[in-house]
Design a protein around this ligand. Sequence first.
Ligand SMILES: [Zn+2]
Length: 81
Amino acid sequence: MTTTNRQLWLSVTQAAEVAQRHPVTVRKALAEEKLHGHQRAAGASWRIHADCLEAWLRNEPCPCAAAPTGVTQLHGAKAAS
Ligand SMILES: [Zn+2]
């Protein structure tokens, strides 16, 4: 196990870098709901959780769906600003 100090929430650009995919591919996956992302409002910029991104890369179900307890909190967390 590696302990990297990576960010938990990624923008589309960052997610594309981490995933080594084209940003267009990431956006498409978000639009098709293959990749779990979050928007503060419709049309707002996407935020992708690192765990969700990893699940997508591995072609695995999103950890939020697999483990509703705990992880849901992350996704249910309201934006402070
Ligand atoms: Zn998720």
